[in-house]
Design a protein around this ligand. Sequence first.
Ligand code: GUN
Length: 302
Amino acid sequence: MPAKLIKGTEIREEILEELTAETARIKKKYGVVPGLVTILVGENPASISYVTLKIQTAHRVGFKEVQDSQPVSISEEDLLGLIAKYNADDSINGILVQLPLPKHINEKKVLTAIDPDKDVDGFHPVNVGRLMIGGSEVKFLPCTPAGIQELIVRSGVETSGAEVVVVGRSNIVGKPIANMMLQKGKGANSTVTIVHTATKHLDVHCKRADILIVAAGVPGLVKPEWIKPGACVIDVGVNRVGEKTNEKTGKKVAILKGDVDFDKAKEIAGWITPVPGGVGPMTITMLMKNTLKSLKFKLGIS
Ligand code: GUN
């Protein structure tokens, strides 16, 4: 039987509706809404489109949203000054600096300047440490791993005692999702293995996985015969493998392919995320969840 499709586009709608309702409840009771600022440096087209979508989504769920666009020539000092301003702004609960930054700016320095209690990306070392400790220490989970965990939980996949294999060890996806899945608690409590470019017998590890999370950035890396029948396969890869013309608009659009051979894998897996429309839509959704969480922490409500 073909795998159940884990549709990120549908789960996104479900979560955004929940966030909209909760934002309205908080506004009624406390007279405040979450505030999100996105700082964009320069005019990278991909960054502009991501930031636009973040702002539109924040608006949709009822947040105060601020788009702060800065020229590519902004100095590191001025950018740090801008972050200090938003750190001190009581109406702002979440600060996001869109990456990548121009080469003359030290990305690490900038991310570390954000108040950890407004770091809705979850990239600040303090939040990385909190994630490692787990439990009540955790404030903000990084958005893509948090989205992956939501997809797994909302699809009813058992995680407790499950063999989870994570392909890829990036700071943004591989390492945090592996950490999250091994914590005690809901949607976790798994036995976790991380595999990477130096791993021997990648296939042997993947074949053991009840939940296979692939974030390698290599199109079609995971072969169908590496998938355990009935496993849950989460494909985080978004690889541009070519271009096609959109029949309606006449515009060129990228052809995207995941890290898993989807067409064959779906005949073996129990659950699988498509690319696009699987993990992708969850990242911005979880950014909204973090921003609301930030306000709730401030108000002392859960
Ligand atoms: N650039 C691409 N993805 C992201 C993200 O999730 N957060 C930030 N800050 N920049 C990005």
